[in-house]
Write a protein that binds this ligand. Structure first.
Ligand SMILES: [Fe+2]
Length: 186
């Protein structure tokens, strides 16, 4: 199956979104001083603490019967120079992620691109955190604002650009699951 030819994303129902957001913001406010950089990938201990405190997220995961492999919080405070993320493809072997908007995610446009099969063959998608792309090889096909939780197809080229006068911090929660959610993208 050619993963990149599936849908780029699928919007998920989540009646718990408001509570997930407020629980996450509460946890983040209490943890922020211990973070390094703008992306915080949990240690096991942090993950346990995080899920202990985020009961609405636990409930939503249980409802869907999803088992989480990794949890990451992206926290962009807006003071950094690198405010936009140029076109790239996320690292294999993970094919799908669940992205949940926590705060100000509607302040950035996620653009989606297509690239030719020839160009894709020249890329090394396994070796690095993400694979940067030559903008001249990318054709924009769509864009969205992360307002609802989504299943995201990591193999679709994408970029993130804040809107003018964007509000910060921008906070997003990203989960990878033990089972890939490819059925949502068909
Ligand atoms: Fe990405």
């Amino acid at each position: 199956m050619q993963i990149h030819k599936l849908k780029p994303y699928h919007i998920l129902d989540c009646e718990h979104l408001n509570s997930i957001q407020s629980e996450c913001i509460f946890i983040i406010q209490n943890k922020l001083s211990t973070w390094q950089g703008d992306t915080w990938i949990d240690s096991t201990d942090c993950t346990i603490q995080f899920y202990k405190q985020c009961s609405s997220l636990r409930e939503w995961l249980a409802q869907n019967n999803w088992k989480v492999k990794t949890t990451a919080i992206t926290y962009i405070d807006g003071t950094e120079k690198r405010r936009n993320i140029p076109p790239h493809i996320d690292q294999l072997p993970i094919l799908t992620r669940v992205n949940i908007p926590i705060l100000n995610c509607d302040q950035a446009i996620v653009s989606l691109f297509s690239i030719s099969d020839e160009y894709r063959k020249t890329l090394d998608l396994k070796d690095q955190e993400s694979c940067s792309l030559d903008i001249n090889q990318c054709t924009k096909i769509n864009e969205y604002f992360l307002k609802q939780p989504i299943v995201f197809n990591t193999q679709v080229p994408h970029s993130v650009d804040p809107i003018p006068d964007a509000q910060y911090p921008r906070i997003m929660l990203t989960l990878t699951l033990f089972d890939e959610l490819l059925d949502y993208l068909k």
